[in-house]
Ligand binder design. Structure first.
Ligand code: SF4
Ligand code: SF4
Length: 398
């Protein structure tokens, strides 16, 4: 996967013999999780195998049957576990029980924690896991245990490599007069919090992202002012419709976003002709049709006050994630550093806010709801967060 670095929120210094490795536990601090029996959503994500695990799996007469030479994602190099029926669950899942539980890979043991290494280490909680927030294991304690298992040497080596990538990124933005400090773009996004839950606000930010003019190292208040003053030229409704339908327009079922509903049914959606077909997915990869939706019927639904607050809270989490900052850096890089980093960063947040708003509205429509309360936004986040954590970024998840 990817990596990145920068500065931003407070982190914790972990005592190290050679140099201090910064770990930011802020996302997992004070959060618990309880694994839900019969959920197994994480067993739909093809587990990667670390080199040592691959050796051990290949030497075992039972486990070697489940090893795939390639991951379904071309970006993932190295071995992984096969999927059942090419797009079903992990090869080792039967009746939503892991058949190799005691020797399951690091990937499975870490879930729902994703450890991102950029200029520092930051454990993220995968909010597609419905167990996050339930009483149970302390996610900070789990994160600490995962980091101990990875070992300081590996973490330091990864952080050193990722640090170089981020340093290159910063140099490139300075050379093209588009640099902004990471703390500035995050502060600007915090100042625009209300605009991410408002069509007009989103339109202004998206227009600013494409046409704004920002001077290098502008103060956060100036960046936010420029975004708010932009003409609202971007057609938010049209973009949401295009993004929403493109999301499901993939030929391979294994690449479609997965949603686990509150009854623990696994659902996938696919664009077929002019309709979005919903399917219930089974472990063996078989599907049965469950819904048909005309994408044009999906309006961006209004928020209730609690829905708005839930949405804002999630966007704050996105804004604090180093992997998301790395995603914006990745976009800057692929655009050839054409735009100021503040524009790219705020544009990326606005695009993802729009995606989440559309997905929440889509699920709410299927459930016959007309407004987005906290519950509907939470369903949107369950559907969305796994994909957000999978966005291309500079830096690496390990
Ligand atoms: S997604 Fe979360 S709740 Fe579901 S099985 Fe995995 S860890 Fe447990
Ligand atoms: S190895 Fe076990 S825990 Fe891991 S994805 Fe497969 S079935 Fe799930």
């Amino acid at each position: 996967m990817a990596t990145r670095s920068g500065s931003g929120r407070e982190g914790t210094r972990v005592a190290q013999p050679e140099h201090a490795l910064e770990v930011d536990y802020s996302e997992v601090e004070g959060r618990t999780y309880g694994c839900i029996d019969n959920c197994a959503l994480c067993c739909l994500c093809q587990p990667e195998l670390l080199p040592d695990e691959e050796r051990s799996f290949r030497q075992d007469p039972v486990r070697r049957e489940g090893v795939a030479d390639r991951h379904i994602s071309q970006e993932v190099t190295g071995a992984a576990i096969k999927l059942r029926g090419a797009h079903g669950s992990c090869y080792f899942l039967r009746d939503r029980r892991c058949q190799i539980y005691d020797s399951r890979p690091h990937f499975c043991r870490s879930f729902p924690i994703n450890v991102f290494v950029g200029w520092r280490v930051q454990p993220n909680a995968n909010l597609s896991c419905r167990g996050v927030g339930l009483p149970g294991e302390d996610l900070k304690v789990l994160s600490e245990s995962i980091l101990r298992g990875l070992g300081e040497r590996k973490l330091s080596d990864e952080a050193r490599e990722a640090g170089k990538v981020f340093a290159d990124f910063v140099r490139n933005t300075r050379a093209t007069w588009g640099a902004q400090s990471f703390s500035s773009v995050r502060a600007a996004a915090r100042a625009l919090e209300d605009d991410f839950v408002d069509e007009l606000g989103l339109s202004r930010i998206l227009t600013y992202a494409e046409h704004g003019r920002t001077r290098q190292n502008a103060p956060p208040a100036d960046i936010a002012k420029l975004a708010r003053r932009a003409e609202p030229e971007a057609d938010v409704t049209a973009r949401a419709l295009i993004d929403g339908t493109e999301l499901f327009d993939l030929p391979d079922l294994s690449l479609l976003p997965i949603y686990i509903d509150d009854k623990l049914t696994w659902r996938i959606f696919k664009l077929v002709g002019n309709e979005i077909l919903g399917y219930v997915l089974s472990e063996d990869g078989s599907t049965s049709e469950s819904s048909r939706t005309d994408p044009a019927d999906v309006d961006l639904l209004p928020f209730t006050p609690s829905g708005k607050e839930a949405f804002r809270a999630y966007m704050r989490t996105v804004n604090s994630r180093d992997c998301f900052l790395g995603h914006a850096a990745y976009l800057c890089d692929t655009d050839g550093y054409e735009y100021n980093f503040a524009q790219v960063y705020l544009g990326a947040i606005a695009n993802n806010a729009l995606d989440l708003w559309w997905r929440s509205s889509f699920l709410a429509l299927l459930a016959g709801k007309e407004q987005l309360g906290a519950e509907e936004v939470r369903e949107g986040v369950v559907f969305f967060d796994m994909d957000l954590l999978d966005l291309p970024t500079i830096g690496a998840f390990i």
